[in-house]
Design a protein around this ligand. Sequence first.
Ligand SMILES: Nc1ncnc2c1ncn2[C@@H]1O[C@H](COP(=O)(O)OP(=O)(O)O)[C@@H](O)[C@H]1O
Ligand SMILES: [Mg+2]
Length: 339
Amino acid sequence: MITLKNIVKKYITKSGPLTAVDQVSLTINKGEIFGIIGYSGAGKSTLIRLLNGLEQPTDGEVIVNDLRFSHIKGKELREARQKVSMIFQHFNLLWSRTVEDNIAFPLEIAGVPKAQRDARVKELISLVGLDGRGSAYPSQLSGGQKQRVGIARALANSPEVLLCDEATSALDPETTDAILDLLVDINERLGLTIVLITHEMHVIQKICNRVAVMEAGKVVEAGEVLQVFRNPQAPITKRFVSQLTGTEDTNATFATIRAHYPTGQLIKLVFVGERTEEPVISRLVKQYDVSVSVVHGNISQTKSGPYGTLVVHIDGDAKNIEQSLAFLRNVDVQTEVMS
Ligand SMILES: Nc1ncnc2c1ncn2[C@@H]1O[C@H](COP(=O)(O)OP(=O)(O)O)[C@@H](O)[C@H]1O
Ligand SMILES: [Mg+2]
């Protein structure tokens, strides 16, 4: 539904030409939640602004719903833009307008008659969980509530795509989770396609189906969230993934752990998707007569199942340890012997 073909975006700056987006090609499917992660300056905001025609690419094509965004103008572009709306890190609300009037604003611009507008606003307030707050002003709301207004306003004209530029970056972790839950709810209820950009792996892990990793204007890696977590290729992706799995932490504390377990083997297991640690470990103990204890671990929930690492200590006969390692390799759990 959204296709980016060899997108390049250059800016002319005081210090010369700058390539903010560099040969990016991506396909985003209808109805999915697609995440773009990268550090500050990677080109994420520029890329997302190309998706709603706020910026024109220097080169390449943006196609949304068979419309070549990069080539249309005037009325056609304005209509196409209505199908793609956006929410922001700092909410961008109108401070002198109430919640209701903020949400009604895009409907007024679209020329929707007052009675219809009022009905739609009521519906949206309920959808985002702001019942009873309609006549409040933005300054009277919490951060999470402000973003709910932003979401309701973005949904007013029934878009097909919602773009989220660091929409939870100004919120505390609990509020972030509540807003992410709301986005999932909207995605499922309305079949809305969501493209979100973030610098937080937690956001990707919690709600995205697929992810693209950006660095210096380029997409260095893209795929199903669990696939990328399981087998990150680019160094920057490895860094993002280790934010979640505590891999760096594991390596750092390994020497300390080793000192506690002079005999046996320390094994790092990586679990992805459906497999959970419990049956594997109990089978190990039952079938191979070894003792197994978990010494370090970090399992996270993603949209398509658990993901994480577990360091276990296996002790017993050398032969039994050998057989348990063979077993682990057979059950397709990624296994790494930490010697
Ligand atoms: N309008 C602009 N004019 C000049 N340079 C810009 C403009 N917008 C972004 N840039 C530059 O492009 C690069 C990518 O910026 P941006 O897309 O905002 O990254 P991100 O959202 O990942 O932090 C940065 O080096 C930034 O300074
Ligand atoms: Mg940005």
